[in-house]
Design a protein around this ligand. Sequence first.
Ligand code: PEP
Length: 252
Amino acid sequence: MRKPVIAGNWKMYKLVADSVAMALNLRPLVANANHCEVIIAPVFTALKTVADRLEGSNIKIAGQDCSVETQHGAHTGEVAADMLRDAGASHVIVGHSERRQFYFETDTFVNRKTQAALAANLTPIVCVGETLAQREAGHPESVVRGQLEGGLRGLTASDLDRIIVAYEPIWAIGTGLTATPEQAQEMHAFIRRVFAERASNGQAGALRILYGGSVKPDNIAGLMKQPDVDGALVGGASLEAETFAQLVNYNR
Ligand code: PEP
């Protein structure tokens, strides 16, 4: 049985006080959500304060990114994976499409970040997904295959047990366009098959694959009914406690 994951990516939103207020509002609203893991990813500057204020709750903390570097050193502006762990994170998002698009992150970078996260004992949430042009050109699967193979290169069998994959079609992120449940299911099943080529069938069966792209309270139930959709990575709808709690409590 794969435990679903509902993760909120707060992107570059919220000052520390707003982040804490949101986290404290969310806490009681999801306190009974034993059916899934609940994760929020605040900005770096708020991460430790939010983590401290959520101690003892069922809400886990993710970084939105981490450095490829594992040795502390002269890397201005970077945050190492073990620093995220030290600040209270258990997870980290790597390869988000905004990092790939706007900060030119390649699969090699995503791979190094995934390895850095694992070395720091963080669970990487490895994001993959095609652009609209790539989908319209009829080869979204080959794009996603390339991102998966590149992102997971060199990972050991035990590493592969410790990752989460998020399928986030770029055309659906922040656009209000959502993949239909059938489109999501088709790509998630494909991702599981590609993963099985690298790992055992058992490991592929245990892999959690999240869908991301304009997930909202009115579309989450249909997505979560799909057999290979194991949760959601949510941007816009994660920024407000009541709305995100509705997503977490999609089964009610
Ligand atoms: C995201 O940022 O990962 C995301 C899926 O955003 P949104 O839910 O706003 O589309």
